[in-house]
Design a protein. Structure first.
Length: 163
């Protein structure tokens, strides 16, 4: 296992957080006129990867690592818009599966089309190699985080300053 410079790792984590905040704000500004905030887009994105697969609220809570009320609220908004449909399990009437609708797939596709020009502008001055490197690095980071959702290193006590 490689031990990296703490200052560099701190910078990386801070920059990921800053980039996330800036992109969230940018996305929400872009989508304000279309009434599709980022949490709803993210859920449509999740469902659009496998449209035939239904998800329960519990499964969505685990996938998004969010609390049940937040997931339920987002699902309710998407149901009202007709972007999701709900079906009761035949084997257990208490279980409800949510599916993306054709309108939900279309809304997701339109949202992607709306944000692509901005993405082109953001990366316009980057070389193809730089974009490929970022793509590969983010893919590696995403996969590690996804595979290690329940793995968290124990914090160590910071050294006390000299007296």
């Amino acid at each position: 296992m490689t031990h990296h410079q703490p200052e560099k790792l701190t910078q990386i984590l801070v920059w990921i957080g800053v980039a996330n905040q800036l992109m969230t704000t940018r996305f929400n500004q872009y989508m304000a006129d279309y009434d599709l905030p980022l949490p709803q887009f993210s859920m449509l994105n999740h469902f659009s990867r496998n449209p035939a697969e239904g998800c329960t609220i519990t499964q969505l809570t685990a996938a998004f690592q969010a609390n049940q009320p937040a997931i339920t609220k987002t699902v309710q908004h998407l149901l009202k818009k007709g972007y999701l449909d709900v079906q009761v399990s035949e084997s257990d009437r208490r279980v409800k599966y949510h599916y993306i609708t054709e309108a939900g797939l279309q809304a997701h596709s339109q949202a992607i089309s709306r944000i692509l020009p901005d993405a082109q502008m953001i990366f316009a001055d980057w070389s193809r190699e730089d974009v490929d490197t970022l793509h590969q690095s983010l893919f590696q980071l995403k996969n590690w985080l996804d595979d290690h959702r329940d793995t968290v290193a124990k914090a160590t006590e910071p050294e006390s300053p000299p007296r």
